[in-house]
Write a protein that binds this ligand. Structure first.
Ligand SMILES: Cc1ncc(COP(=O)(O)O)c(C=O)c1O
Length: 394
């Protein structure tokens, strides 16, 4: 039986990590996989998470199953962070999942069950795993224009023009903040225009929010999500705690689904729980419990928010450093957008050949589409990277 299987395409970003590990040059620089790193290249456990873990170790007295959709305290804490008071909670169904990826998978499966004919619209480009999961689930999808390769900014005119083709009943996937892979994000006026257009079209928004707090702050990063939640009868959200709590391997995420009214929300809740049961049964609890403790305890929360702010502002400093270094190396403003982008990524607008030259000649690793992880920068490697980029584009 297994000899019927065909080789599947490897995940490009994970493959890049393998290439980086195998490179023996001591000068190598990793700007690939999307994990936050501090100035020494380490991915730390956040202070508040470590404290919560200690408390949990001392107080937790059972490892029995939680409920199928996960712990209600986690649901409430996450709904507060992501949605604040934008929607009546009676209309909200929540389900803990293994990471944001688990949430995306379950949202898409739920959408397919509710409307097998829906077309899911994704930004061009988007996170590769969106496309991969859509293909895996056999869901129709289309791309809407999003990024202008020449200016490395949002192509908003193109985006609105493509979204004119959305049909009633379609689903539109939007990155809540810190767009991956481009780093280019909608401003508040643009969010409002997109909301109005999708309402007019009768589409359902699906927000993937995986970097809340990494862009312009916790509340600003949720602006679009909360705006849509306040306007739409129905909406799906997949939120990840991997990055903003630094708990990547604990696999902590959540589906937040908004239904038209409280009765419909009960059926949605039952469907989300069913999805968990079919796919993996009970969701992981350790990370969810840590998140709940951090968000609910005023001292832990204040410490978490302070550290998240250090992470966010540190990345802004690195963005400015790289933009400045590239300006002086290239004598042009071509890379000024790096300081304007937000989140952990920017797409530099280099060709694949230039990316490969950076890898082969300079041991600088970035994704083939020239996406860089801003957290891979530091004061020491920024001048080296700027020189190398200037040399490959000259
Ligand atoms: C856009 C986007 N969505 C969702 C995720 C999901 O992350 P995780 O499954 O690790 O929580 C990621 C992670 O890289 C991402 O970049």
């Amino acid at each position: 039986m297994l000899n019927n299987l065909k080789p599947l395409p490897a995940d490009k970003i994970l493959m890049l990590s393998g290439l980086f590990r195998a490179d023996e040059r001591s000068t190598k620089i990793d700007l690939g996989v999307g994990v936050y790193k501090d100035a020494s290249g380490h991915t730390p456990i956040m202070r508040a998470v470590k404290k919560a873990e200690k408390q949990l170790w001392e107080t937790e007295d059972t490892k029995t199953y939680t409920s199928l959709p996960g712990d209600a305290g986690f649901h409430k804490a996450m709904a507060d962070v992501v949605l604040a008071d934008s929607v009546d909670r009676a209309r909200l169904a929540c389900c803990a999942t293994p990471g944001g990826t688990g949430a995306i998978h379950n949202v898409l499966e739920t959408i397919k069950m509710a409307n097998p004919d829906t077309t899911v619209w994704v930004s061009n480009p988007t996170w590769g795993n969106h496309l991969s999961i859509l293909k895996h689930l056999g869901i129709k999808f289309e791309a809407y224009d999003y990024f202008d390769d020449d200016t490395c900014a949002i192509d908003f005119t193109g985006m609105i023009a493509s979204l004119q083709n959305v049909q009633a009943g379609d689903t539109v996937l939007l990155h809540g903040c810190c767009h991956n892979p481009t780093g280019a994000n909608l401003n508040q006026t643009q969010w409002n225009q997109v909301a109005d257009l999708l309402l007019e079209k009768g589409a359902t928004p699906f927000i993937d929010i995986a970097y809340q707090g990494f862009g312009d702050g916790l509340d600003n990063d949720a602006y679009g999500t909360r705006l849509l939640a306040s306007k739409f009868d129905e909406m799906m959200i997949a939120a990840s705690c991997s990055k903003n709590f630094g708990i990547y391997r604990e696999r902590t995420g959540i589906v937040l689904a908004i239904s038209a009214d409280a009765d419909a929300a009960k059926i949605t809740q039952g469907t989300l729980s069913y999805m968990n049961r079919q796919n993996f049964s009970f969701p992981p609890d350790h990370g969810a419990r840590l998140v709940t403790m951090v968000l609910s305890d005023p001292a832990l929360r204040a410490d978490w928010e302070a550290e998240l702010e250090e992470v966010r502002s540190g990345m802004l400093v690195l963005r400015q450093l790289l933009a400045d270094a590239l300006r002086s190396e290239t004598g042009s403003d071509r890379f000024g957008f790096i300081a304007e982008h937000r989140g952990m990524f920017s797409r530099l607008g280099l060709t694949k050949d230039q990316v490969l030259e950076l890898r082969d000649t300079h041991a600088i690793y970035m994704v083939d589409d020239s996406r860089i992880n801003i957290a891979g920068l530091n004061r020491k490697n920024v001048p080296i990277i700027a020189k190398a980029v200037a040399s490959v584009i000259s």
